[in-house]
Design a protein around this ligand. Structure first.
Ligand code: FE2
Length: 128
């Protein structure tokens, strides 16, 4: 799955961050944990860090135009961060290869679903 113009939210910086997230997911795909655990951990850490940075930036953008569904949208972000944190924690106790794939699939599915529903919902407000 890659970013495509149908996922554009109308803000270049946020679109670029979404593109970068898809790239980071791809780099995770090419990281076999069994052969290079340190590299896999680093890729997950970078994904997690960038997810947080992106969500904060997007929330700042929504505040800038006083988005009326801001609180509900932030709630979705927090839920996602919590679920991601739980998955990442499982890396230390469970099979790396399985959890890495779980993380990649979970983040990818969430991202596509979240952008195409929640994020696109603020687009008309942002552009108006
Ligand atoms: Fe969002």
């Amino acid at each position: 799955m890659e970013w495509n113009p149908s996922l554009s939210v109308g803000d270049v910086r946020i679109d670029d961050q979404h593109k970068r997230l898809f790239q980071l997911l791809k780099s995770l795909e090419g990281t076999p944990a069994g052969e290079n655990t340190a590299q896999a951990y680093a890729a997950v850490a970078e994904l997690e860090r960038y997810v947080r940075e992106h969500l904060r930036d997007e929330e700042a953008v929504m505040r800038s135009f006083k988005y009326k569904y801001y609180a509900a949208h932030c709630e979705l972000h927090r839920e996602f961060e919590e679920q991601l944190e739980i998955l990442v924690a499982r890396l230390t106790t469970e099979d790396h290869n399985i959890i890495l794939q779980d993380i990649r699939v979970f983040v990818q599915n969430w991202l596509v679903q979240h952008i195409s529903s929640a994020d696109l919902r603020y687009k008309p407000f942002l552009l108006s």
